[in-house]
Design a protein around this ligand. Structure first.
Ligand code: UD1
Length: 356
């Protein structure tokens, strides 16, 4: 199969590209490289590492989904069997400060992509969504047919919700479309080899990246946003998942589209189906790093819900997918990536670096 991967230079996309190559698919990646380090020729460092690791070639084109003409050229020049759509702006905080940028980039970019796919008859699509679409807190595992959209707290989450709705309507309008939305829980980890991982710039917002900052000595302590929630240890509970398990879920979704055909529109939760508290994650990161993490308890963060975990039973059944990695392994791999690449991709490739 020849797969077009949007955002294939980024955190999730790059892990998926690696899995696709290892499954002998041909891969073309398009990216605007906004958050990706490149060498002096403008080649993404994540893909260069994947090529040397797998000894296989990735086709890469610098294309922004907002550039309809370039996008059209890409689809016109090759026969793709399916599209995996990872490209997205994804910072919750930034989306609140710059909602227009998020709505424009995520919504218009995806509209361009799907309209060009329609024109060139590439009607198999796998879309990266998020459990954020549930926007709610319940102490039950969330299921795919639970209500979505009601209490989403930020424009990033709204774009995922709107795009799911849009893809559903498109699939309904024409039975040739096969569209699978994968709702990921919180991603942690890196490829166990340590060659690729999350190359995040700037000040992090999320739990594990903040713990890494403490371990590296960039901040003196981890802020815990509340220890008086109605959970077993008072801190919020979330469902975490290893990025390699997310990549394998995408491969399983692709196999379903190829084998079943005429699936129309489907949604799957991609998580562990098991929650961990903030303090449990801290403990697991302490064990993986061998370092004590100083903590400071602060008031609740606005918009935080106390419990958010999803039920992956449907994905296990229909996609024949299951997780391979537990929380300890997520933490082990994120520490391994950090130790091998303290400055992200810049580390080993600094002589070729163009952007940071
Ligand atoms: C985040 C996103 C959400 C997305 C999800 C999965 C935000 C606000 N939400 O969820 O849209 O669907 O990832 O990708 O970013 N915490 C601390 N101290 C910290 C950071 C976090 O105590 O320094 C706590 C939070 O209060 C929360 C838990 O850790 O209870 C997880 O937080 P985080 O990693 O930011 O993820 P979510 O906000 O749950």
């Amino acid at each position: 199969m020849h797969i077009l991967v949007t955002g294939g230079t980024g955190y999730i996309g790059s892990h998926c590209v690696l899995e696709l190559l290892q499954s002998n698919h041909t891969v073309t990646v398009i990216s605007n490289l906004v958050n990706s380090a490149t060498d002096y020729k403008g080649q993404p460092l994540s893909l260069k590492r994947i090529e040397s690791f797998t000894n296989k070639k990735v086709n890469f084109k610098k294309v922004d989904l907002l550039d309809l003409q370039e996008l059209e050229k890409t689809l016109k020049s090759e026969n793709f069997d399916a599209v995996m759509h990872f490209a997205s702006l994804k910072s919750v905080g930034e989306s609140c400060r710059e909602p227009l940028k998020y709505y424009y980039s995520n919504i218009v970019g995806s509209l361009n992509l799907i309209s060009v796919c329609k024109k060139y008859n590439v009607k198999n699509l796998i879309f990266s969504s998020s459990v954020t679409v549930y926007g709610t807190s319940t102490h039950c595992l969330l299921k795919e047919d639970d209500a979505i959209g009601e209490k989403i707290t930020n424009p990033y989450g709204q774009t995922k919700y709107m795009l799911e709705k849009m893809f559903k309507d498109i699939a309904k309008s024409d039975k040739d479309w096969n569209i699978i939305c994968l709702r990921y829980s919180i991603l942690v980890g890196a490829h166990p080899s340590g060659i690729i991982g999350e190359d995040q710039k700037g000040i992090p917002n999320n739990l594990v990246p903040n713990i890494i900052h403490v371990i590296k000595g960039k901040i003196p302590y981890l802020t815990i946003f509340g220890n008086d929630f109605n959970t077993f240890d008072g801190t919020c509970v979330r469902d975490y998942i290893h990025v390699t398990d997310v990549a394998s879920a995408n491969l399983c979704a692709l196999n379903r589209i190829i084998e079943e055909k005429n699936i129309g529109f489907e949604i799957y939760n991609i998580g562990m189906g098991k929650g961990y508290s903030v303090l449990e994650v801290v403990k697991a990161m302490e064990n993986a790093s061998g370092k004590k993490i100083p903590l400071k308890i602060m008031p609740h963060r606005v918009g935080d819900v106390e419990y958010l975990c999803c039920d992956p039973t449907l994905a296990a059944k229909n996609l024949k997918w299951s997780t391979q990695f537990n929380l300890e392994e997520m933490c082990r791999d994120v520490i391994n990536w950090q130790q091998k690449n303290p400055e992200g991709y810049v580390n080993k490739d600094h002589e070729n670096l163009k952007t940071g």
